[in-house]
Design a protein around this ligand. Structure first.
Ligand code: FE2
Length: 291
């Protein structure tokens, strides 16, 4: 089994890991889940994180041909458009992004949003394969966290998106609109049927209690034996009850509202208003005063 070149880039403000993945034979490369730095208080974006990846690729002679999103993230804005602009790479995501677009279009009254996935350059179905240089990328549809989550299997490595976290931390939440704990359990079971020594690269790390370093690489065997939510033998109903109880305690991610509006359009901001400025929306849900 071939091993791709892999370099990880950790964004501490959003706990997100982006990856540069390359085919050593041809220098063709993919960027997975790039982050656009965004300050919601000022509305300012910054290309710091994207520049770090672009510089690393340039310095090592990697030719970025594709940008792969594991899902429409709710915790950071995608840096995909900036990488596309700089390199000409195309942007791909799971084809069920159409479901996510259909779910959120009315939430944000995004009347101009196409719900056919056409904001993205490529949509992947479960099991689809495509080439990264001489390497093959296989798409695994792993819904649950969102309906559109996919993992990308490249040689002996799988980029799992939001499914599993490190074994000492557990699994992704499943309470966003369109998410489902039972579906997540089944997706993770599918992921864990891969060979034990398959390397898994995670989308996030939050440092489990007692651990002082961020980590994002593990193996199928490690997850099967040690994942605190998904160890061998845990039953579906048991997982669902645990996951739903835990999700009920989790706060709304700080960047959820801006992230969703931007990421379901492949990282594009809404069209600028007449004054040339693009605006994001906040749906207001008021509680009435006590009588
Ligand atoms: Fe996510």
């Amino acid at each position: 089994m071939s091993s791709p070149f892999i370099e990880a880039f950790f964004d501490e403000p959003t706990n997100t890991v982006s990856y540069l993945v390359g085919d050593p034979a041809t220098r063709a490369a993919a960027v997975i889940d790039p982050v656009l730095d965004f300050d919601p208080a000022s509305g300012e974006t910054d290309a710091r994180s994207v520049d770090t990846i672009l510089d690393a690729a340039r310095n090592a002679g990697w030719r970025i041909e594709m940008i792969l999103e594991t899902h429409a993230h709710a915790d950071h804005l995608s840096g995909a458009p900036l990488i596309k602009l700089a390199t000409g790479a195309w942007i791909g995501i799971g084809s069920h992004i159409r479901d996510v677009q259909r779910i959120f279009r009315p939430v944000f009254a995004m009347d101009t949003l196409a719900t056919d996935g056409s904001d993205f350059d490529r949509l992947f179905d479960d099991g689809e394969r495509f080439a990264l240089g001489t390497l093959e990328v296989e798409v695994m549809h792993l819904p649950g966290h969102t309906p559109a989550d996919v993992a990308y299997r490249i040689g002996d490595a799988v980029f799992v998106g939001d499914t599993l976290f490190m074994p000492d931390y557990g699994t992704a939440r499943a309470d966003f609109p369109g998410g489902d704990a039972r579906t997540l359990y089944r997706s993770i079971r599918k992921l864990l049927t891969l060979p034990d020594d398959t390397r898994l690269f995670l989308c996030h790390d939050y440092k489990a209690p007692g651990r002082d370093k961020y980590r994002w690489e593990t193996t199928v065997g490690d997850q099967r034996r040690h994942n605190v939510h998904m160890r061998d033998g845990i039953r579906e109903d048991e997982f669902v009850a645990m996951r739903e109880a835990r999700d009920a305690t989790l706060a709304v991610p700080r960047l959820l509202l801006p992230s969703i509006q931007v990421n379901i359009r492949a990282g594009r901001f809404p069209e600028a208003e007449a004054n040339g400025v693009s605006y994001l929306k906040i749906p207001v849900r008021s509680k009435p005063a006590r009588p």
